[in-house]
Design a protein around this ligand. Structure first.
Ligand code: NAD
Ligand code: DAU
Length: 339
C-alpha cells in the first residue's frame, strides 16, 4: 500500500493533518518524519500512536540519505511538507535554523521526491510571503515581499518547490495559508499564549498598539483545504487559504478574555515586534473554486480552542514549565525510531 509522507507531522498543523487523514481515509498509510524540535511533540500524535497505518520516524528533512531511505522503504506516493521553523519572533533572534529547514530542507525533500517519482508534492506555505498589505487582498500571482527572516525563508522554499515543477516536471503544489489556531498549538503563538497566560492570571503582552490584522483559520478547516488541494489541485499552482475572519489583535484578545471571564487589566502593551507586519489578507477565490470553504466561524473555533486549553492543562503546563524536554525523553524516548 502506498503512503503519504507528512514532514513536521508532530507539530501543530502537521499533527492535525495526520489525525485528519487517519480519521477520514480508511486505507491511508501515513509516515511522519519529524526532527522533534522544541515545537515537535509526540503527545500531539498520541491518539494515533497505536494505529498500524501510522509510522513515526525521528529525523531531519535536511538529512538527504535519511529522506531518500524513507521515500524508498515506505513507497511514498505523496509528500506534504509542514516541517519548518515557524515563529517570526525566533527568526528575529536567530535565523540560521529557518534557512536550513525552510529552504535547504525543502530542497532535500524535492530532490528525493524527484528521484523517487513522487506523484504529488504539497509545500505548505504562508500568507506572510506577500508582506504587509495596507489595503486589498493578495492573489496568488502577486509579487512576494517577505519582511522577516521567517517569511523570506518560506518564500524561498515556495520558489524552490515551484522551480522543481518547471525544471523537472515534479507535480508540486503550494498552499499559502493565513494564521491557523486550535488545539495543540505551541503556546508561544498569540492565541495559545494568551489563553494559557489568562488562565493563570498572567499578563497578556500586546505588541505595539494591537491594531495589527490577521485572518484566523481553525486548523481543521486547514486540514480539509490541504486535502482538497492534494486531490484536486493542479501541479505548478499556488493556492491561497484564507478564512474571512480578519481581526485586529486587540479584538482577538477581547474574545479570549470574554471566553475565560478574565479582566481587561491583564492586557499589557509592550514594545512592538521589529518590522511588525500590519496586515495580512488573502484572496482565496482559487481554492473556493475547487469547492473548499472554511466551516468554523471564528467565535465557535475560539470557544472550542479555549475549552481545549482549559481541559488539557497538562499538555501546555509541561511545555511552559520548561520540564518538557525531560518529560519527553522519559515518556517517549523508547518509542523513537530512526529509519
Ligand atoms: P510548528 O512549529 O507547530 O511545527 C513545526 C514542526 O516541524 C515541528 O514538529 C518540528 O519538530 C518540525 N520540524 C522543524 N524542523 C524540522 C526539520 N529540519 N526536519 C523535520 N522536522 C522539523 O508549526 P505549525 O504552526 O504547525 O506550521 C506548520 C507549517 O505551516 C509550517 O510550514 C508553517 O510555515 C506553515 N504555516 C503555519 C501557519 C500558522 O498559523 N501556524 C500559517 C500558515 C502556514
Ligand atoms: O500568517 C501566517 C503565519 O502566522 C504563519 O506563517 C506563522 O508560522 C505563524 O507563527 C503566524 O505568524 P504571526 O506572526 O502572525 O503569529 P503570532 O501568533 O506570532 O502573532 C500573531 C499576531 O499577534 C502578530 O500581529 C503579533 C501579535 N503578538 C504575538 C505574540 C506572540 C502579540 O501582540 N503579542 C505576542 O506575545
Amino acid at each position: 500500500m502506498n503512503s503519504i509522507l507528512v514532514t513536521g507531522g508532530a507539530g501543530f498543523m502537521g499533527s492535525a493533518f495526520v489525525r485528519y487523514l487517519l480519521r477520514e481515509y480508511y486505507s491511508q498509510r501515513v509516515v511522519v518524519l519529524d526532527k522533534l524540535t522544541y515545537a515537535g511533540n509526540l503527545e500531539n500524535l498520541a491518539s494515533v500512536a497505536a494505529d498500524p497505518r501510522y509510522t513515526f520516524i525521528h529525523g531531519d528533512i535536511c538529512d538527504a540519505p535519511l529522506v531518500d531511505r524513507v521515500m524508498a522503504e515506505h513507497h511514498i506516493e505523496a509528500v506534504v511538507n509542514f516541517a519548518a521553523e515557524t515563529h517570526v519572533d525566533r527568526s528575529l533572534i536567530e535565523a540560521d535554523a529557518f534557512i536550513k529547514t525552510d529552504v535547504y530542507g525543502t530542497y532535500v525533500l524535492l530532490e528525493a521526491a524527484r528521484r523517487h517519482g513522487v506523484a504529488r508534492f504539497l509545500q505548505i506555505g504562508t500568507d506572510e510571503v506577500y508582506g504587509s498589505l495596507e489595503r486589498g487582498s493578495a492573489g496568488e500571482g502577486d509579487p512576494l515581499s517577505p519582511r522577516s527572516p521567517y517569511a523570506a525563508s518560506k518564500a524561498a522554499g515556495d520558489m524552490m518547490a515551484l522551480a522543481y515543477h518547471v525544471s523537472h516536471g515534479l507535480p508540486v503544489m503550494v498552499t499559502r495559508s493565513c494564521n491557523n489556531y486550535g488545539p495543540y498549538q505551541y503556546p508561544e503563538k498569540l492565541i495559545p499564549l494568551f489563553i494559557t497566560n489568562a488562565i493563570d492570571d498572567q499578563g497578556l503582552p500586546i505588541y505595539g498598539d494591537g491594531q495589527q490584522v490577521r485572518d484566523w483559520l481553525y486548523v481543521e478547516d486547514h486540514c480539509r483545504a490541504v486535502d482538497v488541494v492534494l486531490q484536486r489541485g493542479r501541479p505548478g499552482e499556488v493556492y491561497n487559504i484564507g478564512a474571512g475572519n480578519e481581526r485586529p489583535n486587540l479584538e482577538v484578545v477581547v474574545g479570549i478574555l470574554q471566553g475565560l471571564e478574565k479582566p481587561w487589566s491583564l492586557v499589557r502593551h509592550v514594545a512592538d515586534r521589529p518590522g511588525h507586519d500590519r496586515r495580512y489578507s488573502l484572496n482565496w477565490g482559487k481554492i473556493a473554486s475547487l469547492g473548499w470553504r472554511p466551516s468554523y466561524p471564528f467565535e465557535s473555533g475560539l470557544a472550542e480552542t479555549i475549552r481545549w486549553y482549559q481541559e488539557n492543562q497538562g499538555w501546555w503546563r509541561r511545555i511552559k514549565s520548561g520540564e518538557y524536554a525531560d518529560y519527553y525523553r522519559r515518556n517517549y524516548g523508547h518509542r523513537l525510531t530512526t529509519s
